[in-house]
Design a protein around this ligand. Structure first.
Ligand code: HXC
Ligand code: NAP
Length: 291
C-alpha cells in the first residue's frame, strides 16, 4: 500500500528537465530539489548564502547521484539573476524549468514595521519572482523553449493575513504574476502555475513565524482539521507533477495543499464540529420544523 510520504514518481519522469529552484538550498526548496534529482532532473539552486548552497549541493549530489549547480545570487538583483541563467546554460546547455521559491518573512504587528522592513520582504518575494520570471521568459521566447514555471505562494495570498502583511501583499502579487503570465505566454507553450502550501515545518519559516514565545499563546495545529503539518514529500510530489509533462494542460492554476486549513477557518459554521456528536438529536428537536 502506498503512503502519502512515498515518492509519487519512481523512475526518470523529469529526465530532460533542467530546473532553477530559487532558495533551493534549504527547507521546502531543498526537498523539491532532492526529489527532482532522484527522478532525473538537472537542478540549479541559488540564494544569498554561498556556504549553505555549496554544502547542500554537495550533500544532494551524494544522496541522489544527480547533477546540480549552486550559484550565489540575491534574487532582488537582476544582474545576479542573469548570471545564474548564464552559468546554468553554460553547464547544462538549456534551462526549461523555474521554481520561484525564495522568500523572506517574519511576524510583526504592521504598525511596528519600518518602510525598509516592508521593502525587504516585498523585494525578495515579488521582485525576486518577477526578476527570475522575466529573465527566463525572455530566454524561453527567444529560443522557442516551452518552459514551465511554478511559484510557491501561500493561502493568504488571496485571504490576506494580519501580522505578515508584507508577505501577504507580495504573495498576492506573485499569484497575479502567475495567472497573468499563464495567459500571456501560453501562446509560446510556456506554463505558469503556483502551489499554495499550508504549514510545512522548516527551520526558516517556523523560527520566524512560530517562535517558542508565540507557541505559548497559540497552537497552529488547531487550525488544521487533520491535526498534522504537511510532509515535505507531499509537496515535492505535487511540485514534481506540475513540473512534469503530465500536467501539460494545467496552466494559470494555483493548487492548495493545506488539508483544508484555510477553508476550515473561513467557513462560518465549521466551529460546529466542536458540538458533541450525541448533541445533534437534541439540537434537531429545536431546529426542525421551524417555519
Ligand atoms: C520587524 C524586522 C524584523 C522583524 C527584520 N526587520 N526583521 N522588523 N520585525 N522580525 C526589519 C529590520 O529592522 C530592517 O529594517 C529590515 O527589516 C531589514 O532587515 P535585515 O535584517 O537587514 O534584512 P536581511 O538581513 O536582508 O533579512 C531578510 C529577512 C530575514 C526577510 C528579514 O528574515 C531573512 O533573511 N529571511 C529569509 C528566509 C525566510 O524568511 N524564510 C521564511 C519563509 S516562510 P530597519 O528599518 O530597522 O533597517 C513564508 C511563508 C510561510 O514565506 C507561511 C506559513 C504558513
Ligand atoms: P526557507 O528554508 O527559509 O526558504 C527560503 C529560501 O529563500 C532560503 O533558502 C533563502 O536562502 C532564500 N532567500 C531568501 N532571501 C533571498 C534572496 N534575497 N535571494 C535569494 N534567495 C533568498 O523557508 P521555506 O519554509 O522552505 O520556504 C520556501 C517557500 O515556501 C517560500 O516561498 C515560502 O513563502 C513558502 N511557504 C512555506 C510554508 C511553510 O510552512 N514552510 C508555507 C507556505 C509557503 P538565503 O538565506 O541563503 O538567501
Amino acid at each position: 500500500m502506498i503512503k502519502y510520504t512515498d515518492p509519487m514518481f519512481k523512475a526518470n519522469e523529469l529526465a530532460g528537465k533542467t530546473i532553477i529552484v530559487t532558495g533551493g538550498g534549504t527547507g521546502l526548496g531543498r526537498s523539491m530539489v532532492k526529489y527532482f534529482m532522484t527522478i532525473g532532473a538537472k537542478v540549479i539552486i541559488c540564494s544569498r548564502k554561498d556556504d549553505v548552497l555549496q554544502q547542500s549541493a554537495k550533500e544532494l549530489r551524494e544522496e541522489t547521484g544527480g547533477e546540480i549547480l549552486a550559484v550565489q545570487c540575491d534574487v532582488r538583483k537582476p544582474l545576479e539573476v542573469d548570471e545564474v541563467l548564464r552559468q546554468a546554460i553554460e553547464k547544462f546547455g538549456e534551462v526549461n524549468g523555474l521554481i520561484n521559491n525564495a522568500a523572506g518573512n517574519f511576524i510583526s504587528p504592521t504598525e511596528k514595521l519600518s518602510p525598509k522592513a516592508f521593502d525587504v520582504v516585498v523585494d525578495i518575494v515579488l521582485k525576486g519572482s518577477y526578476n527570475f520570471s522575466l529573465a527566463l521568459g525572455k530566454y524561453w521566447i527567444e529560443n522557442k523553449i516551452k518552459g514551465t514555471m511554478m511559484n510557491i505562494v501561500t493561502t493568504y495570498a488571496w485571504t490576506g493575513s494580519g501580522y505578515v502583511v508584507p508577505s501577504a501583499c507580495a504573495k498576492a502579487g506573485v499569484l497575479a504574476l502567475t495567472r497573468s503570465l499563464a495567459a500571456e505566454w501560453s501562446k509560446y507553450g510556456i506554463r505558469a502555475n503556483a502551489i499554495a502550501p499550508g504549514p510545512f515545518p522548516t527551520e526558516g519559516a517556523f523560527s520566524r513565524l512560530f517562535p517558542e514565545s508565540v507557541l505559548n499563546d497559540i497552537d497552529p495545529l488547531q487550525r488544521i482539521p487533520a491535526k498534522r503539518f504537511g510532509e515535505h514529500q507531499e509537496l515535492a510530489n505535487l511540485a514534481g507533477y506540475l513540473m512534469s509533462d503530465y500536467s501539460a494542460y494545467m496552466n494559470g492554476e494555483v493548487v492548495t495543499i493545506d488539508a483544508a486549513e484555510w477553508i476550515y477557518n473561513a467557513g462560518e459554521f465549521t466551529l460546529m464540529d466542536k458540538v458533541p456528536a450525541e448533541s445533534w438529536d437534541e439540537i434537531a428537536k429545536h431546529v426542525r420544523g421551524k417555519k
